[in-house]
Structures are given as C-alpha cells and as structure tokens.
Design a binder for this molecule. Structure first.
Ligand SMILES: Nc1ncnc2c1ncn2[C@@H]1O[C@H](COP(=O)(O)OP(=O)(O)O)[C@@H](O)[C@H]1O
Ligand SMILES: [Mg+2]
Length: 400
C-alpha cells in the first residue's frame, strides 16, 4: 500500500514531498485502520522490526507486540478509539515491541487519531528506546547500590559511635578502677614499708643476719611495687587524657638543680660523675612538677645504666622557640633497633636491663607522653657500649 492511496486528494508534488518527509523521519511510523490493520508504514518500521513492507501491510498491528500482550491489546485499541486524542501510549508503563525474529525491545509510542477513508485511523510513532532504557536501568542499579552503600555506612557509623561510647565508658571505668585500686594498694604498702623500716632499724629488738636480709627484701620489693602502682596510675591517667598539666612560669635551672640534688646520692653510690652544663638562665612556662619528673626519669635511667665511675651530664639550652634538654651518659648504650621500643610501656632492653636493674619499664613511656602533652619531642642517640644521649625539645612558651 502506498501513501498515494491514503491521500488521493493531494497533488503529486506535495504528495511526494510528504512521502519523503515520512521516509526521512527518524522514528518508525505506521498507520492503523479502525479494525487494527496496518495500512501504511515507513521504511524505519521495516528496519526496526525486521519485516518486509508487504509482510506487514494488511496484518493486524498485534503482530508487532510480544505474544504475552497480544490478547489484551484489541481492548486497549477499542478504548483508544472511544477516546481518540493525541497522547503517548501506555504512559508511565514500559512498552515492549517484538521483531520478526521474536526478540523484544523497549519502545515509546505516540498515538494520533485522524479520520481516514474507512473511518477512524491511528498514526503510531514508534521509537526504539532500548539504549535509553539500558542507561536508565544502569542508573537505577547504581542508585540501588548507592542507597545500599549509604545504609551500610550509616549502620557502620552507628556501630562505630556505639563502640566509641563503649570504649570511652570502659576507659573511664578503667581509670576509676586504677585510681581506687592504687589508693587501696598504696595504703597497705606504705604500712608494710613503714613497719619493715622499723624492723630494719631494729627499734623493736636486734635482728640476726638472715632476718636483716629478709627485711631488706621486703623493703625493696614493696618500694618497687609502690613505684609500679604510681607509674601505672600515671600512665593510665595520661593515656585516658585525664592528666591536666598545671602550667606556670619557673626557672628551668632551679628545677634542674632540685632534681640533681635528689639523684646525686644515687650517682655517688656508684662513684658516677654528675655534671651539668647550664650556659644560660632559662625561664619556662610548663608544668614544673611534670618537667622535674621527666628529668628525674632520664637522670635515674642514665645513672642506673652506667657502670661505676662513669659519667652522666645534663645540658640545658634554648634554641629559638624551644628548650633542649640532653641527658648524656657513658653507660651500656642501646642497640639501634630498640631506639623506638624503649618508649613503649613495659619495654626493657633484655641485654642491658638484667633483673638487678629493677625498674618498672614504664619510666620512658610516661616521660614521652608527658613531653608530647607539652607539645615536645624525645629521642635517643645511642650504640651498645658507647653510652646514650637522650634529647628532649619543649616549646619555650611564656605566659605573656
Ligand atoms: N640511659 C640508658 N642507657 C641504657 N639503656 C637505657 C637508658 N635509659 C633507658 N634504657 C633502656 O630502656 C628501658 C626502658 O626504660 P624505662 O622505661 O625508664 O624503664 P626502667 O627504667 O624501669 O627499666 C630500660 O629498661 C633500658 O633497657
Ligand atoms: Mg626508668
């Protein structure tokens, strides 16, 4: 069937222009008569559906519809003929078309009624939208996985928040426990130390050699235990962020001299030369007590790990906005691979810290945390047998 037969009243020139227009259209266009028969198609229909023109003309339009929709289609057609307006077909629905080979593809269809020779005719404009549908499907799947991912993230976040709260709670409980425990331990320990001091002084009567030795063990072990309790409490307080620094202005030289006075007897007991180099008077703004604790830890370590008649030296210098403290000894030294780990809690260099050195293994980790809380840094330079040089830098803040 040709266009001429549908538009007999048009002049030939205009008619062939319309025909060219029809053939040039990018969409498949077909005309259906009131009984659903195909009366006109352009060549896009042939290409799209894989039929030859003569195979389609005169056939009912259901030939182009997947079999599962065919039965209901005449009713839709009748519905349209009852209310013939220009409109998309099945708006909001996914429409499917069927090729000659039985394969299906997604389409958009626009319907326009017109009155043909044999009553109401319908022009169908069909567009293959499988590419657009594929992209839409991809977007839909992406959205789904994005939503899924967002839900998972929200769950993970909630879990993390819960876990954080639990960790915080556990930390608080740990700190409280340690504070209570250390108090409970300290009281009887001080009683043990006090009474063993009394025993050692033999105020309650003379002790024989063995008894003096036993009492000395009791004193030594209980003092060690007391130091351990104090250190653990300090460490847990700092780690839980519960240690508040009490900043004040003070003379570093005076603070250092006070610490030196307390450690001098330890050095003298080992005939260790304790030297100082304070080239200038330095005023610091820091926690005085905690800074003295740092110096005490470094100096007692230096004395502890230096053999008799050795040397220990404390140097203080100011370098622009920093103060540098160095504790240098001629002791056993520390292997390079231990330079970081000695600052970890309970880490003692096995080769240099035999049982006789005692100590808790917590001094340096507390020292490091205190320095870092002040905004400073600590590191060591050392080699076995060559002594050690511990360096600390602290911001030289002023309270002005
Ligand atoms: N001046 C030093 N010379 C050699 N080794 C040291 C020195 N200072 C620290 N160390 C090593 O680092 C370890 C950790 O030190 P520290 O945390 O103060 O614990 P402690 O003194 O209780 O053993 C020591 O056991 C020792 O092995
Ligand atoms: Mg120590």
């Amino acid at each position: 069937m040709s266009l001429d037969s549908c538009r007999p009243s048009f002049s030939l020139g205009t008619e062939s222009r319309y025909q060219r227009l029809l053939e040039a259209a990018p969409d498949a266009i077909l005309e259906i008569d009131s009984s659903g028969k195909i009366v006109l198609i352009n060549s896009q229909v042939e290409k799209l559906f894989g039929y030859r023109r003569e195979e389609l003309l005169g056939e009912v339009v259901e030939i182009l519809i997947p079999e599962r929709f065919r039965k209901r289609h005449p009713a839709h057609r009748a519905g349209y003929c009852a209310h013939p307006v220009i409109r998309p077909m099945g708006s909001g629905l996914d429409l499917w078309a069927r090729r000659a080979d039985g394969t299906e593809f997604a389409v958009d269809i626009n319907l326009s009624p017109f009155s043909g020779e044999s009553g109401l005719g319908v022009i169908c404009v069909i567009r293959d939208v499988s590419d657009r549908k594929a992209v839409e499907e991809q977007v839909r799947l992406l959205n789904l996985s994005l939503e899924q991912r967002t839900r998972e993230l929200a769950t993970t976040n909630a879990e993390l928040e819960n876990r954080n709260l639990e960790v915080e709670k556990a930390n608080r409980r740990k700190s409280n426990f340690l504070a209570t425990m250390s108090h409970e331990l300290r009281t009887p320990l001080n009683v043990i130390i006090g009474f063993s001091d009394l025993l050692a002084e033999q105020t309650a009567g003379p002790l024989n050699q063995k008894q003096r030795q036993f009492v000395s063990h009791i004193k030594e072990s209980s003092r060690h235990l007391l130091a351990l309790v104090d250190d653990i409490l300090d460490l847990s307080k700092i780690e839980a962020g519960h240690l508040e620094l009490k900043y004040e202005s003070f003379s570093l030289n005076t603070a250092a001299s006070e610490v030196l006075a307390t450690v001098r007897p330890l050095a003298e007991a080992k005939q260790i030369q304790l030297e100082t180099e304070f080239p200038e008077e330095i005023t610091m703004f820091a926690d005085n007590l905690r800074l003295k604790q740092v110096l005490y830890n470094l100096l007692t370590n230096a004395i502890k790990f230096t053999s008799e008649k050795g040397n220990v030296c404390l140097i203080t210098e100011s370098e622009r906005a920093f103060v540098k403290l160095s504790v240098i000894d001629t002791g056993v030294g520390i292997p390079y691979e231990e330079h970081e780990s000695i600052f970890e809690a309970f880490h003692q260099v096995s080769t240099t810290a035999p049982r006789s050195h005692e100590g808790t293994g917590l001094g340096l980790s507390i020292t490091k945390l205190l320095i870092e809380q002040h905004g400073g840094r600590i590191w060591v330079e050392s080699e076995p047998g060559m002594g050690s040089r511990f360096h600390v830098t602290l911001p030289l803040k002023t309270n002005s």
